[in-house]
Design a protein around this ligand. Structure first.
Ligand SMILES: C[S@@+](CC[C@H](N)C(=O)[O-])C[C@H]1O[C@@H](n2cnc3c(N)ncnc32)[C@H](O)[C@@H]1O
Ligand code: SF4
Length: 378
């Protein structure tokens, strides 16, 4: 079992918070597509003979691509790799790219999971974030997706954004759960260096949300999602039973994946690779046979840290049996010793043979995770 991630690095407009690698789309994608097809061929052996159980088209904005272009990419993947019949195939969509014909086209290529970037239902937030769509378009596109009969639909929301009160967030959540969706990713805004928001913050045009307000919005999210029948299987991810993202869950379970396109990451159990974050450089290097990625062999400490960082964010937590098997007594004792104080303060609990964060612990998950990270001195 393995996954494939394809990074489509084009956007029509720059969202002020976004740090994902993207360029403003110039309309002609042919040079990129040629390079991507070549990369698929170059890296066909990366996953050995593993069956592909998930494919994820992310970005950037994959929905700026025509159905024909998506088909060219997916057809080659299906030809080169051993893709499972029931493969989960996800695409990220921006609301203003959604039309009934487009949705039919997605179906014709067996794309069976749609991820719609709503971010907020409030026009003032969408404007402030410089989104392309407005709330009317978001409502229309989500209805069209549901009416088209897609069974696995997820939306993205952002909270903790400047000016969003608890009441506003509550109505965003209530409105989201009034649709027949199976999954939701809700991210707390991170003000990333180099983004327009970072500049606006520096100039005092926006300010960061108060910590107590952040915590209240996070708590409300957990409460409302649970009441609507969603399970929080990862800090930012909520799904109905049977609809957790298989692709992302596999990342967190250390399953191998191949990342294609500029900035995409790959993992094969013992090393990580990341493609260069530069569209022209990527195209030129792939086409001229130059190196287009960097890689790192993962030593035991790095693997341990990665396991902690991902597992502790999920409902499955740190599996102590896995830790003992992979990191021996040293790793096992290290974790149990550290967990003591967090358990004492009700931030962590032992469930069966796993250590998981409590709701209180989830609020400060980054701090807790950082305490578990092994440094060179350990
Ligand atoms: C690859 S991005 C965008 C996908 C798609 N192009 C869109 O805009 O809807 C995936 C998601 O990450 C979230 N995201 C991106 N930057 C973020 C930030 N700085 N803070 C919080 N969430 C962010 C957004 O919810 C976004 O939909
Ligand atoms: S949030 Fe999506 S549409 Fe906006 S810049 Fe980022 S990748 Fe592009």
């Amino acid at each position: 079992m393995a996954g494939i991630y394809i990074h489509i690095p084009f956007c029509k407009k720059l969202c002020f918070y976004c740090d994902f690698y993207h360029v403003i789309s110039a309309g002609d994608n042919s040079l990129f597509i040629d390079a991507l097809l070549k990369e698929i061929l170059l890296r066909k052996d990366y996953l050995g003979n593993e069956t592909i159980s998930t494919i994820y088209l992310g970005g950037g904005t994959p929905s700026v691509f025509s159905i024909k272009d998506l088909g060219i990419i997916l057809n080659l993947i299906n030809k080169i790799f051993n893709v499972a019949k029931d493969c989960e195939v996800t695409i990220e969509l921006n609301p203003d790219d959604v039309f009934p014909d487009y949705l039919e086209g997605l179906k014709s290529h067996n794309i069976n999971r749609l991820s719609l970037g709503i971010q907020s239902w409030r026009d003032s937030d969408l404007k402030m974030m410089n989104r392309r769509h407005d709330s009317a378009q978001a409502i229309k596109s989500l209805n069209e997706i549901i009416n088209a009969g897609f069974e696995n639909v997820t939306i993205d929301l952002i909270y903790g954004i400047p000016g969003l009160s608890l009441k506003d967030w509550e109505s965003n959540l209530d409105f989201s759960f009034s649709f027949d969706i199976e999954h939701m990713s809700a991210y707390h805004l991170t003000i990333e260096q180099g983004t327009v928001f970072a500049k606006m913050l520096e100039k005092g045009i926006i300010s960061e949300i108060d910590e107590n307000d952040s915590a209240a919005q996070f708590n409300l999210l957990i409460e409302k999602a649970e009441a609507a029948g969603f399970i929080q299987y990862e800090i930012s991810n909520f799904g109905k039973q049977g609809y957790f993202s298989l692709h992302n869950s596999n990342y967190w379970k250390q399953v191998s994946y191949l990342g294609l396109g500029p900035s995409a990451h790959s993992f094969n159990g013992y090393s990580r690779q990341w493609n260069i974050r530069d569209l022209k450089g990527y195209i030129n290097s792939v086409q001229s046979g130059k190196n287009f990625f960097e890689s790192e062999e993962l030593d035991k400490k790095t693997r341990f840290n990665e396991y902690i960082m991902t597992s502790l964010r999920t409902m499955w937590g740190i599996d102590l049996e896995y830790v003992e098997r992979m990191f021996e007594k040293e790793g096992y004792d290290y974790i149990l010793n550290l967990a003591g104080k967090f358990r004492k303060y009700g931030l962590m609990k032992l469930e069966k043979n796993s250590l998981v964060l409590t709701n209180q612990g989830k609020m400060i998950s980054d701090n807790i995770i950082s305490e578990f990270i092994m440094t060179d001195e350990e």
